[in-house]
Design a binder for this molecule. Structure first.
Ligand code: ADQ
Length: 730
């Protein structure tokens, strides 16, 4: 199957969501399609119909790779992502709906954390990312939707480093204290930060996200501008409250005929996907209290609850359905008379036309989720209120409550308060109803789905936020308390950290200002500087040219410094001859710009000058030669390092220096900062986690164990300058 089966010429926008806007079912006639129900589809389908583009998503059934989706008239391309039954179980019913859904709705007690499901979630997100990237080479915007696909942007970014990439979350983003319960919190935040723009329904979700990236990733957050800097990248974050297709709902309401359910009593209407976040049991309970406390409503008022079946594979949803069935039966049993049933419960999906008629003729919409990203039902109700104005009762825990201030706002857990609000709505004078409804309708007409798309896409394609130079407040915020009153042991990698990477190591010399900063630091009596490099010891010393520092060369296999006995790892003696042999073998592939560097006990095979297309073959061969010689191959920046397998790395070297210099209780004597840009520095970051402040320099694409990131050598220089002029340790 080609990546996209139905092409449209206008391909400026590529959208991805877990589900396509319709679900397919296998019947005796073949594949049959039905529109998917839910807020996300309701929002995006009209957008793509109008603008054209491609929708990437899961078709809702297991399909063979060569099976063709029946074509349709939606006016945009559809690119299916195929999932096996096991993947649907673990990715969708599992991680998406049993882990993320409850956690993001601040219901951690319902969340299950299973690493097997997380693995499948990663795999499926990767597949979505690949399909998206294949569809998006010339896209003006790649727009990924919702919690099921939070990792997919990272894969798109890998393939398309410059494409405009945005994400919108349709559900709440919870506070830091809840989000951090997720064992994979970092991975999700890092993946989201590959986007240019991340949108939420309301500001509080955006702020929760900013708290998380700041506290969990150590990212730099510029709150005034809602910009995150992470490594070498910036991401804008914002609130974009979703609207509805107002005009369509209003027209439906003007045309639809009256439904039997609203012909007799005054109707209180509830419409939801059957979900535990929607507060249906609490709502029925509040209605029951109304009937207990205000008997005048008996035989005059009915609650019409419409619930569309949802996620019935997940056991919590089946239990909820049972609970509601029982509750409805009980309340009806308690209050019903020969001519009146207080609650009518429809457990099914209904057509937009019928829904519009119900919205129009309901006297009260009782929309009381216990947590909801936005809630479109509240907005649809308002759009359909074309006759005698009704009253909207809305939970303050729905995102919609942020803007729909003229509704009667209730706390759905407060059953008495909700019953009072219901009574007030049922007895409200026409004048007040009209004032409230007019204001609600005006806003929803103005802030409809078109205006949402326009403002989101405008922000997503605006000029990228630029990096802003670090200020003293940044460093004081990160390091001030940590350093206060302590001596500093500062460990610095050389290439890529103190100087940019050059095509040949001999050209990577220190700038005058970096040298001056290093010297100022080394001259401070309360600061000890060590350079930890993959270069040979003599080489790195000759580059820095400052005698008073500690130097660790060859990733710490050789160390020397003032007041410090020189150190050479004792096992190196066994590798002298072998390293000469290895050098000869590596020389054989030192062609097409590749070259080898002999550094005593270690060797480096450099391929920076090799044309990109040919690199992977060279890398593979270098790995094989190095392994055959009994050395360990390690990938570095455009190089493969050959290291003797003697269980020594930059982390152990740093520990050795700290113990030699400050004794076994070094962690009580000094504060440690380590800055590096290389994969080999990760050994030190991991080792020093919790014992230091660590900084990884460079691209945010590479995962890191460091506590923070710096974009480049300039960022390092700002940090070192701040350290050099910080107030003293006493
Ligand atoms: P949902 O949780 O699905 O959406 P919501 O915003 O209320 O919640 O949207 C539900 C949609 O389904 C509405 O368009 C409604 O008309 C439709 N619907 C509900 N019951 C129906 C029925 N019985 N028959 C037919 N249609 C029915 C998620 C988030 C929300 C967020 C949306 C959009 O949970 O908080 O508002 O995405 O971002």
């Amino acid at each position: 199957m080609t990546p996209s089966q139905q092409k449209n010429t206008k391909r400026s926008i590529v959208v991805a969501s877990n589900r396509l806007p319709f679900t397919y079912q296998r019947t005796s006639e073949g594949l049959e399609r039905r529109p998917s129900v839910g807020g996300l589809v309701a929002a995006l389908d009209p957008v793509l119909r109008k603008r054209g583009g491609t929708w990437v998503g899961w078709p809702g059934i297991e399909m063979d790779a060569d099976e063709i989706l029946p074509s349709a008239d939606e006016g945009y391309s559809v690119s299916p992502v195929l999932l096996s039954e096991a993947e649907i179980q673990r990715f969708y019913h599992g991680f998406s709906n049993r882990t993320l859904w409850p956690l993001m709705h601040s219901m951690p007690a319902r969340a299950k954390f299973e690493s097997r499901e997380w693995e499948v979630f990663k795999r499926v997100n990767n597949r979505f990312g690949e399909t998206l990237a294949a569809e998006s080479a010339d896209a003006g915007l790649v727009w990924v939707h919702d919690y099921q696909l939070m990792l997919a942007p990272a894969r798109v970014r890998q393939e398309l480093p410059n494409t405009r990439l945005a994400f919108f979350l349709h559900i709440p983003f919870p506070p830091y204290d809840i989000f951090r319960l997720l064992p994979w919190d970092r991975e999700i935040l890092v993946a989201l930060l590959t986007c240019d723009l991340i949108g939420f329904h309301v500001r509080s979700y955006a702020h929760n996200f900013l708290d998380c990236v700041q506290r969990i990733l150590g990212a730099r957050v510029r709150r005034d501008e809602m910009v995150v800097e992470y490594g070498d990248r910036t991401t804008r974050v914002g609130a974009f409250p979703l609207g509805i297709e107002y005009g369509t709902f209003e027209s439906l309401a003007l045309a639809a005929s009256r439904q039997p359910e609203t012909q007799k009593e005054t109707v209180v209407l509830g419409v939801d996907r059957l979900d535990y976040t929607k507060g249906i049991p609490e709502r029925i309970h509040a209605f029951e209290r109304l009937l207990e406390r205000y008997p005048e409503h008996h035989e005059n008022v009915a609650l019409l609850q419409v619930a569309v079946p949802s996620r019935s594979q997940v056991s919590e949803y089946r239990e909820l359905k049972r609970e509601i069935d029982e509750q409805v039966g009980r309340v009806n049993g308690r209050f019903a008379t020969a001519s009146w049933s207080p609650i009518r419960y429809l457990y099914r999906s209904i057509t937009p036309k019928r829904l519009a008629a119900l919205y129009r003729d309901a006297h009260v919409a009782l929309i009381t989720p216990i947590r909801d990203g936005m809630n479109l039902v509240a907005k649809e109700f308002v759009a359909c209120q074309v006759g005698d104005p009704g009253v909207l009762i809305l939970s303050r825990l729905a995102g919609a409550a942020d803007t729909m201030r003229e509704a009667l706002l209730v706390n759905p857990y407060d059953i008495e308060g909700s019953a009072d609000a219901l009574h007030r709505a049922l007895t409200m004078e026409e004048e007040e109803r009209r004032s409230r409804m007019t204001a609600l309708r005006r806003r929803e007409r103005r802030d409809d789905v078109d205006s949402w798309v326009a403002s989101f896409t405008k922000a997503a394609t605006a000029a990228r936020a630029s990096m802003v130079p670090f200020t003293d407040e940044d460093f004081t915020g990160w390091l001030g308390d940590y350093m206060k009153g302590y001596r500093l042991a500062l460990f610095l990698d050389y290439d890529g950290t103190l100087t940019p990477l050059r095509e040949h190591p001999s050209k990577a010399t220190l700038t005058r200002s970096m040298r001056a900063t290093l010297e100022a630091l080394a001259d401070r009596p309360d600061t000890d500087v060590a350079i930890v490099s993959g270069r040979a010891l003599d080489d790195v010393r000759s580059m820095v040219k400052y005698r008073e520092l500690t130097y660790a060369g060859n990733h710490g296999l050789e160390i020397e410094g003032p007041d410090f006995p020189g150190f050479v790892h004792e096992d190196l003696i066994h590798y002298r001859e072998r390293s000469e042999e290895l050098l000869r073998d590596l020389e054989k592939i030192a062609v097409d710009g590749a070259w080898t560097e002999a550094k005593g006990p270690t060797l480096t095979y450099h391929y920076r000058a090799v044309p990109e297309k040919r690199r992977s073959a060279f890398i593979r061969e270098a790995h094989q030669i190095i392994s055959r010689a009994g050395y360990q191959p390690r990938d570095a920046q455009c190089a493969v390092e050959a290291r003797p397998p003697i269980g020594w790395d930059k982390g152990r070297a740093v520990l050795h220096i700290l113990r030699q210099r400050y004794g076994p209780s070094w962690s009580e004597e000094v504060r440690v900062i380590y800055v590096g840009d290389d994969q080999t520095d990760e050994d030190a970051f991991r080792f020093l986690a919790g014992l230091s402040q660590t900084f990884r320099v460079g691209s945010a694409n590479t995962p890191t164990a460091a506590s923070r990131r710096l974009a480049d050598v300039n960022g390092v220089r700002s940090l070192l300058e701040w350290l050099a002029r910080r107030s003293g340790s006493n």
